[in-house]
Design a protein around this ligand. Structure first.
Ligand SMILES: Cc1cc2nc3c(=O)[nH]c(=O)nc-3n(C[C@H](O)[C@H](O)[C@H](O)COP(=O)(O)OP(=O)(O)OC[C@H]3O[C@@H](n4cnc5c(N)ncnc54)[C@H](O)[C@@H]3O)c2cc1C
Length: 470
């Protein structure tokens, strides 16, 4: 159904002229994400400034059957936030709904609006001695609404959980314009279905999150970042078990990286240097956070790595001597995706498998890669502590479209291995446009049917983010 000029004006009236972008020069940036892998166009971007305005927009959209694409910081990697190229989908930007409504120090909660930037939330929490532990490389742009709608993970899931675990309540506008007020600060609440969880990870297909209650934790008093070289993923798994046993909940990150990936970061990213220079096929970054002191964090890391060196579980190790050096260790890990972009085209897999199967998975899926794309180079890295790997395959230097043409075939072959290990082919970044068909083809039929029934019930006019997820 086309969006008539008259309808555009009706929507514009809700938010006021200034916040209804209609000129292509203004709307173009909302039609694609940074990498331009997902491109579309929209006749209208609405920037509501209140929950009431969001409600009025969705009510009108349901009445008129107008498709609505919610958009936060536009950093999603699976195309969920991008309109299609029909020119009929309007974009609902949450950027103006960005207030921090309350920080309750006794409850350890922060109530924020959906458009609040993750980094701002972290900074406001830190000002009061708290930590909002969700941390991802896009935190300078990603918004809380987007974070929750994708159930974002990041580097601290091991200790603190993902977005769903860090959210106590939500306020959601339904496609009908009704508002679900569920901004509870409760740590315990067994009053029926967990409705907030329906909207977390729903990728904007069921309603628009307008605010949330976030869980804060005390700022750790000490942090120690360490780096270790290991011979293979089995040794990394062994090190993970030892680290968990020694540090328990203080183990806040455990990242695995293939040597190929860290050397690529070193090659392309200025100032990036791998902390150990000895030959090792795999690297591990460990972070220990202590509620007590720097000394405790450091001595835990020393104890873990000292024993692991003695027992030949690791071949080499380095402890960061300062906060700045710890940040430089992290920089190696975090710049791998950028280095991959500079090197040329790569095919990505965002998978998870049970921790115990990681070594076998890497070996088996590695063989599949060698068979399907012999010219490809495996750049495996990721949040091993969560069983989540970015099992990426880099084309030859400077590779482009020709290599990317193998994306679907390689994904299919690697995801078949993921399924054999009862893993997930969308561990962290969601389904969006990118994996929608595959979800439809491979999900458990009963689970899929439940999702469809929920969608039909909440969004009978099918206006919410059509073409995404389901
Ligand atoms: C460099 C980089 C690093 C990244 N690292 C990680 C990482 O480590 N872990 C991780 O999980 N992700 C990561 N991401 C992916 C991305 O940053 C996250 O998915 C983030 O949560 C998206 O937030 P956003 O505000 O940009 O949402 P958008 O990209 O704007 O939207 C994402 C989805 O949420 C929906 N949506 C947005 N706001 C709302 C709302 N208020 N109500 C309902 N639906 C809404 C959109 O329709 C879309 O489906 C990374 C991305 C980049 C570019």
């Amino acid at each position: 159904m086309s969006v008539t000029r008259e309808l555009i004006e009706r929507f514009a009236t809700v938010v006021g002229d200034k916040n209804a972008l209609r000129d292509e020069a203004d709307t173009a940036a909302y039609g694609h994400e940074l990498r331009k892998l997902f491109k579309g166009r929209t006749p209208l971007v609405l920037r509501p400034g209140s929950v009431g305005e969001v409600a009025a927009i969705l009510k009108l959209a349901t009445e008129m059957g107008t498709p609505v694409v919610p958009q936060g910081g536009n950093t999603g990697l699976v195309g969920g936030q991008t309109p299609d190229d029909s020119g009929t989908q309007i974009v609902l930007s949450l950027s103006r709904l960005a207030a921090i409504r309350e920080l309750d120090e006794d409850a350890g909660t922060m109530t924020v609006e959906a458009g609040a930037i993750l980094q701002t939330v972290q900074e406001r929490a830190a000002d009061k001695g708290f930590l909002f532990p969700l941390s991802i490389a896009s935190q300078g742009s990603a918004q809380i609404g987007g974070i929750l709608s994708t159930n974002a993970g990041g580097v601290n899931v091991l200790a603190y959980g993902n977005a769903r675990d860090l959210c106590l309540g939500v306020e959601v506008v339904l496609p009908t314009g009704e508002v679900m007020h569920d901004l509870k600060k409760l740590r315990k609440d067994n009053t029926g279905y967990d409705l907030k969880s329906l909207f977390i990870g729903a990728e904007g297909t069921l309603g628009v999150i307008t605010a949330a209650v976030l869980k804060l934790v005390p700022q750790p008093r000490g942090r120690q970042v360490a780096w270790a070289g290991v011979s293979d993923p089995a040794a990394a798994l062994h090190l993970l078990r030892r680290s968990t046993a020694a540090a328990g909940g203080s183990l806040s990150a455990f990242e695995l990286m293939a040597d190929s990936a860290v050397r690529l970061a070193e090659k392309h990213m200025s100032g990036v240097r791998v902390p150990i220079q000895s030959d090792t096929p795999w690297h591990v970054l460990i972070e220990i956070s202590s509620g007590r002191s720097e000394e405790e964090a450091r001595s835990l890391a020393e104890e873990i790595l000292g024993a692991a060196l003695e027992d030949d579980v690791v071949s080499d190790a380095a402890l960061a001597a300062s906060i700045a050096q710890g940040a430089s260790f992290w920089q190696v890990r975090e710049t791998i995706p950028d280095a991959q972009r500079v090197e040329g085209a790569s095919i990505k897999h965002d998978i998870s498998v049970p921790l115990s199967d990681i070594p076998a998975f890497i070996e088996e899926a590695g063989r599949v890669v060698a068979r399907e794309v012999p010219e490809g180079r495996l750049m495996c890295f990721g949040h091993m502590g969560d069983g989540n790997l970015h099992f990426n395959v880099q084309g030859p230097a400077g590779a482009g479209e020709e290599f990317l043409a193998k994306w679907k075939a390689l994904n299919t072959a690697v995801h078949a291995v993921v399924r054999r290990y009862e893993g997930s082919f969308a561990a962290e970044h969601g389904i969006g446009k990118l994996k929608r068909d595959e979800l439809g083809e491979t999900a458990d039929p009963v689970s899929l049917e439940i999702m469809r029934r929920i969608k039909r019930t909440l969004d009978p006019a099918k206006i919410m983010n059509p073409g995404k997820l389901i």
